[in-house]
Ligand binder design. Sequence first.
Ligand code: GLN
Length: 541
Amino acid sequence: MTKYVFTTGGVVSSVGKGILSASLGMLLESRGLKIAMMKLDPYINVDPGTMNPYEHGEVFVTDDGAETDLDLGHYERFTSAKLSQKSNATTGAVYNTVIQKERRGEFLGKTVQVIPHITDEIKSRIRQLTSEEEGVDVAIVEIGGTVGDIESLPFLEALRQFRLEIGPENCCFIHVTLVPYIEAAGELKTKPTQHSVRALRDIGLQPDVIVCRTGKKRLGPDQCAKIALFCNVTADAIINAEDISPLYAIPLNFKSQNLDTTVLRLLHMDAPEGDVTEWTAMVDRLKNANKEVRIAAVGKYVGHDDAYKSINEGFVHAGIANDCKVKLVWVDSEKLEQMDDVGAALAEFDGILVGPGFGSRGIEGKISAVRYARENRVPYFGICLGMQIAVIELARHVAGFTGATSTEFDPKTPHPVISLLSEQRGIKDMGGTMRLGQYRCDLAPGTKAHAAYGADTIHERHRHRYEFNNSYLDTMIDAGMVVSGRHPKGDHDLVEIMELADHPWFCASQFHPEFKSKPMYPQPLFRDFVTAALAFKEARA
Ligand code: GLN
């Protein structure tokens, strides 16, 4: 029988529930348990696919093509839990299902209400996360938002009911909360946590574990005892979560406070002591890296890392594999557009990246950056839009197609080297309609991609509407484009990876390799790009 851990957040948002949930998952897996992970989000969007990543953070894509919250990226990087469409549900998705049922007449004339109909749908989604055959020992379910918000109420009410249905001994509630340090008083203040726990109790939920985000400070035994007393939990269930770097050291901090053992006790479960030596070695490698490469990430400067979370992490993992620190520096593509010589802005870097993006802003600056990388033999890595830009650059400056571009940017271009995927024609809805999820890609022997993966066939995840236009295939190959990865599609293979033969490392993929990178399993293209950047740096020195 599957046991359940529910994580909620208190006092403020962004308190670290996602990392806590992922860390607990990692620690439970280290004890040989099979886990599943899920996030419930209280917003009305049916999924985050239509939300602006610059406000909400990256949209993470699963193998089966779900567009999900970025916390699911943490779950995949920290654990081996299999994530899918079932792993993320929003208020919008829940209401959508209930309203469709109502339209079909399935409620047999009843008045449809938050309790029981919405809460029933929430509980049913939690149940559907796991099936008996999968043999999941523990499902960790994170509730987005902050306790006290109007919108999270139906989710918390559903959990209250769920707990009674499966039995209190089969679930455990973790509350992650902020314990602010007040400079003038020279003290960490526990009052907001007490209030937050009181708000939970008002709804009928009592946390079993309280994880305290304390910034740079740490709670002493007296303060832990005070929180335990006022919040009605045992003292061993007060966990310190001070700011810790690197990110991957966080589970080790929880381990040192026996979080996993406490949770197992609360779930009435036994499991052998966990082995975290490999994980610890990975963290040490990350901390002790003594080399550094600087990569120019050419795009719109957005001011916060979450918009490209998985790409940032992909470079951390690639750094671990190369014993080097990777510094991603954002270079504003619109600024490049105003420069006569982009070399002035790019010459200091060891590699150039053009990442995913939508819309025509800054496109010309990105094209100039790719041209600089090609002509100066600087390692280049393109992801999704970054592949499309590389194609456009080669078409314009080598193949001689003046004005070549994507129909996304200019529907009337004389040379649509990138054009809408055939199956995208006629689609009007924006949500969930891109080419999404994992597709097969066959690699051509003798290419950089083949060398990186060491395999003939791979599967990677996608999120796009436009593709390489095959009517330009022969001319582009003549111009030096190597098609190193193709998705087989009968009469119409899709170009999934392109490279340049006569270049130290120039590789660009239509898919998003960042979604599958893990600290212990660095993504091969990220890894080899960083290796090439290191070689470029050394050669230049
Ligand atoms: N805008 C491009 C497309 O839809 C690229 C998308 C992306 O980079 N994720 O094809």
